[in-house]
Design a protein around this ligand. Sequence first.
Ligand SMILES: Nc1ncnc2c1ncn2[C@@H]1O[C@H](COP(=O)(O)OP(=O)(O)O)[C@@H](O)[C@H]1O
Ligand SMILES: [Mg+2]
Length: 197
Amino acid sequence: MIITIASFKGGVGKSTTALHLAAYFQLKAPTLLVDGDLNRSALQWAAAGLLPFKVVDEKAAVKAARQYEHIIVDTPARPDPSDLKTLAEGCDLLVLPTSPDALAMGAMLQMVESLQGLTADYKILLTLIPPHPSRVGEEARASLERAGLPLFKTGIRRLAVFQRAALEGVPVNQVKGESMRNIAWDCYRAVGKEILP
Ligand SMILES: Nc1ncnc2c1ncn2[C@@H]1O[C@H](COP(=O)(O)OP(=O)(O)O)[C@@H](O)[C@H]1O
Ligand SMILES: [Mg+2]
């Protein structure tokens, strides 16, 4: 499968999602993570050499792709309409991560509008969901469901261990001495299962 992660807004967990979906798919079959964002977050995450899958930039991707069963693509924020068409139609599933706040949701809904008329399968992923007593995660989910938009059943909780993982250059389940690492990993594992059980 080719799975592309895209958003109009930065800071919504796009790279974190790409990285952890790659970690999930690698458990199934050889998986390549393509870092197509010029900020090269995924390549930086990989720099410590501790990730269980290969990460390349978009130039190296064409040659490398042959050897992999699954490809996950991280993309730049703010793709223009022609870029969006290319990346949406070049994958099996477009994952649209959004945090539940109004600005991010607005940007995500703009992207959904831009996808109308394209032959692309997409699914929205709620990320960075704050803990109780905040209810913004539930509220965002309810409004997306009311609108009938395709949405992952699983949402990703906001957990500090995700930042630790990026710092240490590992997927979240490999952060040492962190009691939340399994809970954090279970979020992405459940999303992965929704895509490929
Ligand atoms: N579920 C989460 N919980 C806590 N922090 C997160 C979570 N997802 C991402 N982050 C942090 O939020 C920031 C932005 O995430 P990132 O994946 O780089 O977003 P993007 O690629 O959309 O810019 C990073 O510091 C990252 O570590
Ligand atoms: Mg990023």
